[in-house]
Design a protein around this ligand. Structure first.
Ligand SMILES: NC(=O)c1ccc[n+]([C@@H]2O[C@H](COP(=O)([O-])OP(=O)(O)OC[C@H]3O[C@@H](n4cnc5c(N)ncnc54)[C@H](O)[C@@H]3O)[C@@H](O)[C@H]2O)c1
Length: 354
């Protein structure tokens, strides 16, 4: 006869890994406040960019299909290893699914045990926005206070909040091919105290904007901005072109811009940069932060942050969340790791559980 449930060996403390569900992530972000969360997360990303050479880096591992992409994004330093599972399916939204969903793990390099498992759909939106706003601190015109946002889907409000929290931008000009998306964003952002204009074309949205954020989703070489729409002195924050065959900007804009990237081996495959020859000069964002390369030089220069999203940003986000759990314990203990009394007796543990 099997032993009663009460006599089954309970998992040891080593078996449990802190798990941040979507519900707990929302509690954590709301407890800290979205804008303070974005500012503090940006500080973690900044700190990790400053020690860029210490990281074990690789372009993400992408599995492409006709409908989208599923990617694994690993990065490690001497103490921690992190990875994110993330998808990108532009057609999803029309079928009632999200374009991007994600979860991730942070582990101890010393013994390989995970120290955190977390939802990362919300966290990706937050880290993408924090990275964009951090980049703009080094690249956007100093007096920028109007941002155009083309593509008003899931990422839009997070981007807006990060640019306010980190760069003081409070005036927004929004456009999406789907007016319902713009109406949603106008509603959400007006409620957050932004001065928002609902524009009827991308041309109208960029009028008078010193920063242009493109965050559209379309699995093709799209032209969201044409050359005539980008005046001198503008900072472009292009986040939607992040996959082979998926771009947002006309090539001529790239030829007039100074291009800043996260990790060149990945951006050359996935970013706007895929439209240019393999040796086109780019500047790595971390080196601008470290002071070894120039960011914005003058008021006429067009700067382009050709963002594709890099694993170190997810690593920073997981590290940040793990630290925040010490003061805001919004997590569950997940029985994730098999931990037999005798590390070699994995089979015995299975049989004793009958
Ligand atoms: N760079 C990064 O780190 C990073 C991170 C997350 C997401 N992304 C990318 O950002 C993009 C936006 O993601 P999301 O989660 O907000 O997607 P989403 O599907 O929720 O929103 C995309 C919006 O773009 C609009 N759109 C599509 N084509 C357009 C066009 N020609 N002009 C104007 N609007 C258009 C759609 O109507 C939709 O509202 C995706 O391409 C995603 O892959 C990049």
């Amino acid at each position: 006869m099997p032993p009663a449930a009460a006599t089954r060996p309970a998992p040891s403390d080593l078996a449990f890994v802190p798990f941040v569900s979507v519900d707990n992530m929302m509690r954590l972000v709301n407890a800290i406040g979205v804008e303070p969360f974005l500012r503090e997360l940006a500080a973690y990303i900044h700190a990790d960019f400053l020690r860029w050479p210490e990281f074990d880096k690789t372009p993400r591992v992408a599995s492409h299909s006709r409908d989208g992409v599923i990617e694994l994004m690993p990065a490690a330093d001497a103490r921690h290893y992190g990875f994110k599972y993330v998808n990108g399916h532009p057609k999803n939204m029309r079928e009632g699914y999200q374009t991007v969903t994600a979860f991730g793990v942070l582990s101890s390099v010393a013994n390989g045990y995970p120290v955190l498992l977390s939802e990362m759909t919300l966290l990706t939106a937050l880290r993408t926005a924090a990275t964009s706003a951090l980049a703009a601190q080094f690249l956007a015109p100093r007096d920028a206070d109007v941002m155009a946002m083309i593509g008003n889907g899931a990422q839009c409000e997070f981007q807006a909040l990060a640019f306010r929290a980190i760069n003081g931008v409070n005036r927004l000009r929004l456009y999406d091919i789907d007016p319902n998306a713009t109406a949603k964003a106008v509603r959400n952002l007006t409620a957050q105290g932004f001065d928002v204009v609902h524009c009827l074309s991308a041309e109208a949205a960029v009028e008078g904007a010193q920063i242009i954020t493109t965050c559209t989703a379309d699995k093709q070489y799209a032209t969201i901005l044409t050359d005539n729409m980008v005046g001198s002195g503008v900072h472009l924050n292009a986040i939607g072109g992040d996959c082979p065959g998926k771009t947002e900007l006309h090539r001529d804009i790239l030829l007039r811009s100074d291009i800043f990237v996260e990790y060149p081996p990945q951006t050359r495959i996935e970013g706007e940069l895929q439209q240019l020859p393999k040796d086109h000069p780019v500047t790595e964002l971390w080196s601008v932060m470290a002071g070894t390369a120039k960011g914005r030089r003058d008021g006429k220069q067009i700067t382009l942050f050709d963002s594709v999203g890099f694993a170190i940003e997810d690593f920073s986000a997981l590290r940040f969340v793990r630290d925040m759990l010490e003061t805001h314990p919004h997590f569950d203990r997940l029985d994730l790791l098999a931990d037999p009394d005798d590390p070699r007796d994995l089979f015995g543990m299975l049989i004793r559980a009958r």
